[in-house]
Design a protein around this ligand. Sequence first.
Ligand code: FAD
Length: 243
Amino acid sequence: MQRQEHLQRLKEQQFDILVIGGGITGACIAHDAALRGFSVALIERRDFGGFTSSASSKLLHGGIRYLPKGQVWKVRESGREQMIFQRLAPHLVRWRPFLIPTEHGLSLTKGAWALKIAMKIYGLCHFGLKNLLDNPARQPPQGEFFDVEAALDVAPQLSSVDRLSGAQVLFESHMHSSERMTLGFLKTAVSNGAAIANYLEAEQYLTAQGRIEGVAVRDTLTDEQFSVRARLTINSAGPATQA
Ligand SMILES: Cc1cc2nc3c(=O)[nH]c(=O)nc-3n(C[C@H](O)[C@H](O)[C@H](O)COP(=O)(O)OP(=O)(O)OC[C@H]3O[C@@H](n4cnc5c(N)ncnc54)[C@H](O)[C@@H]3O)c2cc1C
């Protein structure tokens, strides 16, 4: 469907949901809502996925950072999401090894023993999640602990770490292009009926009886102004979000 057809629908249709912002958040909201059968509109003022979503280091992390805070349910949720992305977008997501250096001593954050315990808990948090992947070739490789010699062999730069005692290998999902991931969600939303166009800037909310009923939009290519109406407006404009 061409931009013109999407514009026509945006001008004429009353939607269930209007999403402001075509970064990864807006794209996933539109995708999810369209799959659930809602009529969905999404507008983006620049390139899809061209703002914060293009600046990401593109890691789909398994949530190890939540472990020190004891948020094991978040570790599991992140692990589950990681598997879902591996399944939904195998062409964009790869397992990448990360090396976490450890030091001699009893440090809770840097000690080898502490990290080995953490990895056991991390493994338990992911229990059963591999079953979400139907293709065995997509399963994450097994992480392992390297002694000093093996760690220096793969990463000589670790020689600068004081009291190096080894390194833990952890596999995380990495997408080579967060922009393509964003576009993938938008395209699937479109194939499920969403009306989506970029170079449309939301300028102000439309309100009636204290309720938001959509937004006043400016087409930044033509300067045309029009309204997009929806029962629910979701602002996912990222760091640019204004009340
Ligand atoms: C340096 C860096 C590294 C990161 N690394 C990672 C990582 O490895 N893994 C990870 O998961 N996350 C990472 N993040 C975080 C991740 O990139 C963000 O959480 C995510 O991109 C936010 O997406 P978003 O859709 O909410 O925002 P955005 O991508 O900013 O999307 C918002 C969109 O709204 C549009 N918009 C704004 N105002 C309007 C308007 N008035 N009308 C219409 N459209 C509008 C913008 O043009 C933009 O495209 C990183 C972030 C940074 C900065």
